[in-house]
Design a protein around this ligand. Structure first.
Ligand code: AP5
Length: 222
């Protein structure tokens, strides 16, 4: 029988580079990028009831309640493109209960990537981050500046990207990370995220190629 497509989880502190690595991974492996934070921000932007509630927690750097997050992520993972091409789950699970919920739905990952970056670097990354609302690309004023004046002029900043808010997000991360890691010990790879993004990707690329070589999974169709 044909092996299943790759199913990958990526985790790490706020601004550890999850979104940046997901851009590189999806480009090469054709997986569907499912980012809990992006799904939540889409709800906030749409002004839905879930979005209104979610924003209150996101502004405090706290986890949005499971009632909102769990079904949202599950539904996205079970859409036909994710099932066919494989998925890359970013920023979920962030608690033991989110991990067990996923398991209960029969959704298992092949690999759990943990990006490790020293804390003093994270604040600088958050404060300098900018987003291109047209392409969805992530920039940094110093480390990954926009290519043209036109892009520079339209860049936006996330509402939770202040020094004060990232400290709250970091605290929430520390409260939950160990419990989540304990669930995925056997499939975890720790990646040094404190290096140029291409070097970080090389470590991840290596691990994903090995998985494919072992024939446990196939890559997406892109
Ligand atoms: P979410 O959107 O997931 O935010 P986060 O975890 O804080 O992570 P970030 O998106 O800030 O960072 P990233 O790791 O993607 O880094 P990036 O690549 O952009 O969550 C936001 C909120 O939503 C949470 O606080 C919570 O309230 C809620 N939420 C989300 N998931 C939830 C869940 N499962 N349950 C409940 N609530 C949930 O990089 C950052 C910057 O650094 C960029 O400017 C980039 O250009 C730069 N950079 C990246 N890599 C490098 C490098 N190697 N060298 C130099 N600079 C780099």
């Amino acid at each position: 029988a044909k092996p299943d497509p790759l199913r990958i989880m990526i985790s790490g502190a706020p601004a550890s580079g999850k979104g940046t690595q997901c851009e590189l991974i999806t480009k090469k492996y054709g997986l569907v990028h499912v980012a809990a934070g992006d799904l939540l921000r889409a709800e906030v932007a749409a002004g839905s009831e879930n979005g209104k509630q979610a924003k209150e927690y996101m502004e405090k750097g706290q986890l949005v309640p499971n009632e909102i997050v769990v079904m949202m992520v599950k539904e996205r993972l079970l859409q036909s493109d994710s099932l066919e091409n494989g998925w890359l789950l970013d920023g979920y699970p962030r608690s033991l209960s989110q991990a067990t919920a996923l398991q209960a739905f029969g959704l298992q990952a092949d690999l759990f990537i943990l990006l490790e970056v020293p804390e003093e670097i994270l604040v600088e990354r958050v404060v300098g981050r900018r987003l291109d609302p047209v392409t969805g690309r992530i920039y940094h004023l110093k480390y990954s500046p926009p290519e043209t004046e036109e892009i520079a002029a339209r860049l936006t900043q996330r509402f939770d990207d202040t020094e004060e808010k990232v400290k709250l997000r970091l605290r929430t991360h520390h409260q939950n990370v160990e419990a989540v890691l304990s669930m995925y010990k056997d499939i975890t790879i720790k990646v040094n995220g404190d290096a140029p993004k291409e070097d970080v990707f090389a470590q991840i690329d290596n691990a994903l190629s090995k998985l494919l070589e072992e024939g446990k999974a196939t890559s997406g169709s892109l």
